[in-house]
Design a protein around this ligand. Structure first.
Ligand SMILES: Cc1ncc(COP(=O)(O)O)c(C=O)c1O
Length: 474
């Protein structure tokens, strides 16, 4: 690479990468749906943004004097004021994560968003060119968090047909690490999101324990991104949406696992969190690293915290929101009920149209299989990994006025999977789904085609297996 542009090689390395997620977001933001002002605008069912709690947030935040002159100066600490970190500890982590040892103020470093937290974490554990292991499919933002500034490498363990919730995938982890080491990229950490983004499910305990043992065996750090911990809604489901949930599978924070030291050296274990998801505050930019057993990590995070210092106004607003445990409880339980209602509406619609999906338990999204809308002439190529048809479906939906996120953005190898964010008010969701179905049927309508044929039936279709190896519901 030359220095033609007069930028650093580091920065130049960021110029060429294509970012599918970004392309969609740019199109949506240029033409945002608004029921009154822009009803033909694009409905955003692609970004994990929860729009269900706006009225409550307005009410709580409205009480903060955001032009209080005290907020014009620097805050108390780039890592967040003691008071705010105290509220994070008491009213989020110790209240909801069931930690074996109470989380303390000094275990937490705040930053301007969970993306910053993962970026700073990467900076602290990886030198340039070292790797962080992730299994597929995964939240695409990790690519940027890990590579853009720290210049670490994402080391992908491609699970192919195996689900990340199936212990069968575990042997692929060691294989990925060994191969990466052979290629000169030593792996320094593993990152995973629990609840899983994009699959919307919790990791079972046995997998969490295996991950811990794996980290210990390889002496690598392991970061549990638990940013959707309070968005688990399956307990609030009823009817069919409830009945299709697999066996009891609660969210388990790594902090709550007893005798962690029997599975992994505790200094390797860290948790990332943030206010974007469970508190519907993507725009506020606040993330947290919790590292109760590694003082060096905490000190290293403090040493770079100044670059991702959240604003004093944000800090004041969050301090207000989190000050009272009862407010957090009410907010959380209302949010979970609304997530369950929007989820139910989404899956009822998908079921009606025989679109397979993976039942979700938490998060703002669900994973659906749209392969049936790939026209027959292109199915073989798509099955071989040709992504063209996935892009075409995605653009067809955008052209009809709805944005959903495509499997490529999550490094899903199989072509034709999409992530649908349902965390919007039901009327908007209904319209978005209508647009999505119209776009799909215009591209290729398997029901119409098979109804016309003499042999195929269209009323009952068997469950199919998703790209992640988990049986999807029809
Ligand atoms: C698993 C996960 N981690 C981190 C983030 C980024 O969060 P933030 O908005 O706090 O940067 C997201 C956002 O989608 C996410 O899904």
């Amino acid at each position: 690479m030359t220095r033609k542009t007069n930028l650093s090689l580091r920065a130049q390395g960021n110029l060429s990468g294509e970012n599918v997620m970004l392309e969609g977001v740019i199109r949506v933001n240029a033409n945002k749906f608004d029921e009154a002002a822009n009803p033909d605008g694009i409905i955003n069912l692609g970004v994990a943004e929860n729009q269900l709690m706006k009225a409550e947030l307005r009410k709580i935040m409205g009480k903060v004097d955001h032009v209080d002159p005290k907020l014009f100066g620097y805050g108390e600490s780039p890592a967040g004021s003691k008071q705010l970190r105290r509220y994070f500890a008491d009213n989020i982590f110790n209240r909801y994560f069931k930690p074996q040892e109470p989380v303390r103020v000094e275990d937490i470093v705040l930053s301007a968003g969970c993306s910053s937290t993962v970026d700073n974490f990467t900076f602290c554990v990886c030198d340039e060119g070292e790797g962080i292991l992730i299994t597929t499919p995964f939240y695409g933002g990790f690519n940027t968090d890990i590579a853009a500034k720290s210049k670490a490498k994402v080391v992908i363990a491609d699970l192919g047909d195996i689900s990340p919730f199936d212990p069968a995938h575990l042997e692929l982890l060691q294989h990925a690490v060994d191969k990466s080491t052979e290629q000169g990229i030593p792996v320094k950490a593993m990152v995973l999101s629990n609840p899983h983004n994009p699959l919307g499910r919790n990791y079972p305990l046995e997998i969490l324990l295996e991950y811990l043992r794996f980290a210990s065996r390889n002496r690598i750090h392991i970061l549990f991104d638990e940013i959707y911990a309070l968005s688990v809604f399956d307990h609030a489901l009823t009817g069919v949406a409830k009945s299709e949930q697999p066996a009891e599978n609660p969210f388990i924070s790594v902090l709550s696992i007893p005798h962690l030291e029997q599975h992994c050296e505790k200094d390797l274990i860290h948790v990332a969190y943030g206010m974007s998801k469970d508190f519907c505050l993507n725009g506020f930019r606040c993330g947290a690293l919790v590292s109760p057993w590694n003082k060096d990590m905490i000190d290293a995070m403090h040493s770079i915290a100044v670059f991702s210092w959240m604003s004093s106004t944000t800090e004041a607003m969050l301090t207000r929101l989190l000050a009272d445990g009862k407010t957090v409880d009410e907010f959380t339980s209302t949010n979970q009920k609304r997530l369950a209602a929007s989820y139910t509406f989404a899956v009822d619609t998908l079921r009606k149209h025989q679109i397979p999906y993976l039942p979700a338990q938490g998060g703002h999204f669900l994973w659906m299989d749209l392969r049936q809308y790939i026209p027959p002439a292109f199915k073989a190529a798509a099955a071989q990994g040709d992504r063209n048809q996935e892009y075409l479906l995605w653009r067809a939906m955008l052209n009809e006025g709805v944005y959903v996120n495509l499997g490529a953005a999550f490094s899903e190898r199989k072509v034709g999977f999409f992530r649908l964010s349902f965390s919007v008010p039901i009327p908007m969701l209904e319209l978005g789904l209508k647009r999505m179905l119209r776009a799909l049927q215009l591209t290729y309508d398997p029901l119409r085609v098979s109804t016309a044929s003499t042999t195929a039936t269209t009323t009952t279709t068997p469950a199919v297996v998703a790209g992640n190896g988990t049986t999807l519901k029809k």
